[in-house]
Design a protein around this ligand. Structure first.
Ligand code: 6CS
Ligand code: FE
Length: 300
């Protein structure tokens, strides 16, 4: 398959224009979406949309019970799905939770979310990746600037920009405890990075990403060309949808307040993974779903 978004191939970085729509359903059908026109406009222009207090307090409590039970039960786990912080044993992330735990299975099948995501992607969807990023107080380290799509394209073989992440805040996200930072409008530009992806890169990149992190000149260009940096803070229960190619990152957490987020990544069933464009081996199923593709049923 032709590589429309080459990256980690050249010696110098390059910024390419996006070749895919941000919203894959024609805007003449806005009325079919659970989102308002204003919300669709915001998402299309900025590459992300926050919906405050999406989940009820009871739902948030259930999900918080779920992530803390999982954190406790995996405390001494050697499972590959459990990623620990680079310089401590604290759990940084737990991957592939959307089938393994009831609380999160419900989230993956929540028709309130699926109705939104199906409209944005213009098709049925499946879970490409799910993870809990715990970012514990004092110990939670940064996630350097990156486009998820750049990694999913190069290392997982995701052909087009037709996926969306739903970040669910399960602790209050403040300006100071390492919240998601976005460059609004950056979804329209693809930063082709330098460097060649090492074999089994995920064993390091999920702790600290080195490949697919844009150079400073490209990041400076993006912030100047686009809209600076936005930080969608909010109470537990808020969700932030962000397009697969929106440049984002988050700082280390040096406060006592953890920043626990649950991520569900939905991919269009028409955008299923092919061979990694890096030419390397496929990443494991718990990071990039291939065998477990199950089209999720929304209410429409
Ligand atoms: O490699 C990945 O798929 C993961 N890495 C980052 C930094 N964000 C997306 C995803 O969790
Ligand atoms: Fe990411």
């Amino acid at each position: 398959m032709k590589d429309l978004y080459p990256s980690r191939k050249n010696m110098t970085p390059e910024i390419l224009k996006r070749k895919d729509p941000v919203i894959h359903t024609d805007r003449s059908k806005d009325n079919m979406s659970p989102l308002t026109k204003e919300q669709l406009d915001f998402y299309e222009q900025n590459g992300f949309l926050q919906i405050k207090d999406f989940f009820s307090k009871k739902e948030v409590t259930n999900l918080q019970n779920g992530i803390f039970e999982l954190q406790e039960s995996h405390k001494n786990s050697t499972s590959e799905k459990v990623i620990r912080e680079p310089d401590s044993d604290d759990i940084r992330s737990i991957f592939h939770v959307h089938e393994d735990d009831n609380y999160f299975k419900d989230v993956a099948n929540d028709t309130r979310i699926l109705d939104i995501v199906n409209h944005l992607l213009g098709s049925d969807v499946y879970v490409h990746q799910s993870r809990i990023n715990y970012k514990p107080g004092f110990k939670g380290k940064e996630f350097d600037w990156h486009s998820d799509f750049e990694t999913w394209h190069v290392e997982d073989g995701m052909p087009r920009m037709r996926a969306v992440s739903v970040s669910i805040a399960l602790s209050d996200n403040y300006t100071f405890n390492g919240p998601l930072m976005m460059i609004p409008g950056s979804q329209n530009y693809y930063v082709s990075c330098v460097g060649e992806t090492p074999e089994e890169n995920y064993k390091d990149s999920l702790k600290k990403q080195k490949f697919g992190v844009p150079d400073h000149d490209s990041l400076r260009w993006l912030t100047e060309k686009c809209g600076g940096i936005s930080v969608p803070t909010g109470r537990a229960g808020s969700i932030t949808l962000f397009e697969s190619n929106t440049m984002h990152g988050s700082t280390s957490n040096m406060t006592p307040y953890p920043r626990n987020n649950l991520f569900m990544v939905f991919n269009s069933v028409e955008n299923q993974l092919v061979e990694p464009f890096s030419g390397g081996k496929e990443r494991p199923e718990y990071i990039a779903v291939r065998d477990g593709v199950k089209s999720l049923v929304s209410s429409n």
